[in-house]
Design a binder for this molecule. Structure first.
Ligand SMILES: [Zn+2]
Ligand SMILES: [Zn+2]
Ligand SMILES: [Zn+2]
Length: 367
């Protein structure tokens, strides 16, 4: 049964509100003219395996700032963690009133570290082995734990990765960054506060509810006058990849065309609490999601970051309502004056269609 007056499923022009942070909205508009600079014009990433002059390549260890840890601990390293040469936060107590992030003036105290994710210079995440990714998530977890334990002034540890020049990576060798700070970033704070409010009203975690909805819910919207089907929404269509313990979802109000979030299926507030035996599934879901993104975009350049419950005085109170997750934001276009001026993100690909295209990528089942 099809209604000729129903809008084409791939034609969308609407404002969508982030269910977790309602103050954030996105204009989903498939008219590409909204954005002049397309992905094809973005600078390509460095795909070389080894670069003699790169301080992060094997054999140039003496060129990096002091070592924090390496993995494996013995023998040749696969993952290496060092201090940042140009830290945005440091031990220097004299840098008071340092401005970090949105309108927050804080003491410049904190830590800024670099994780050399892989010994291979230009390797992409989907090209890394699942066991390597498992170890990388283990390094993230260990360092987060160590930093929180080292100083109770640290309230938040932000782990993120910029991959490719389009995502702002200044060093081409694949790496992640760790910033430990004495304040909670504003966007994390908004997620934490809103999910706590949702919990107070509905007695369940909003992230868990969104996962349940993604897995089960289907809705049909009927025309009130004629009774004809106007639109069918199968929320299951937002699932990009599903593992035993983790799920990759395309957010309904995606800010970026190919944005995908990965969450643990079972409720968990703190990334630090992820069990060691669950890391392999996270690695597999991550690898397969990144392979899908890379296949669809053709050489994905992206930012990803971890959002986990802050270690502040309210940590225990927020544990039932907050749910940690990894946000992957591929950069396929450059924000324009419209976005900067309105504060409204413009997404030119219908999220339902994007999820469908990502799911349709055929991957080797053994991966
Ligand atoms: Zn290198
Ligand atoms: Zn939850
Ligand atoms: Zn988040």
């Amino acid at each position: 049964m099809s209604d000729p007056k129903a809008p084409e499923s791939n034609e969308v022009r609407e404002i969508r509100t982030n269910p977790i942070v309602p103050s954030e909205s996105v204009l989903v508009a498939t008219a590409r003219s909204m954005r002049p600079k397309k992905a094809e014009e973005l600078a390509p990433r460095d795909t070389r395996k080894h670069v003699e002059t790169c301080p992060f390549c094997r054999g140039n260890e003496h060129k990096t700032p002091p070592l924090i840890m390496s993995w494996p601990a013995e023998g040749e390293w696969d993952i290496r963690m060092v201090e940042n040469l140009y830290p945005v936060l440091g031990d220097d107590r004299s840098q008071s009133n340092f401005t970090f992030g949105l309108q927050q003036t804080i003491d410049g105290y904190g830590r800024h570290e670099v994780i050399i994710d892989h010994y291979e210079h230009g390797i992409a995440v989907h090209e890394m082995s699942a066991s390597h990714l498992e170890a990388l998530f283990g390094v993230y977890q260990t360092r987060m734990q160590q930093l929180f334990a080292s100083d109770d002034r640290l309230k938040y540890v932000l782990i993120f990765k910029n991959f490719g020049p389009a995502a702002g990576a200044s060093i081409p060798h694949t790496h992640s960054q760790v910033i430990a700070m004495p304040v909670v970033p504003e966007n994390v704070d908004a997620e934490v506060k809103n999910s706590a409010e949702h919990f107070a009203k509905h007695h369940h975690c909003i992230f868990c509810a969104l996962i349940d909805e993604a897995l089960t819910f289907e809705a049909t919207i009927y025309d009130r006058n004629s009774g004809a089907v106007r639109r069918k929404i199968s929320v299951g269509q937002y699932v990009v990849e599903r593992g035993e313990k983790f799920i990759a979802i395309k957010p309904f109000a995606s800010r970026y065309e190919w944005e995908v979030h990965i969450l643990p299926l079972a409720h968990q507030a703190d990334f630090v609490d992820m069990r060691e035996e669950d890391r392999a599934d996270l690695a597999r879901v991550m690898k397969r999601t990144m392979a899908r993104l890379d296949a669809v975009i053709g050489g994905a350049q992206y930012n990803y970051f971890l959002h986990s419950v802050p270690h502040d005085a309210k940590r225990d109170a927020h544990t039932p309502s907050y749910h940690w997750h990894l946000e992957i934001c591929p950069r396929t276009s450059i924000p324009t004056g419209f976005e900067l001026g309105s504060g409204l993100f413009v997404n030119t690909v219908n999220p339902e269609l994007a999820a469908e295209r990502l799911r349709a990528v055929e991957l080797d089942a053994s991966e």
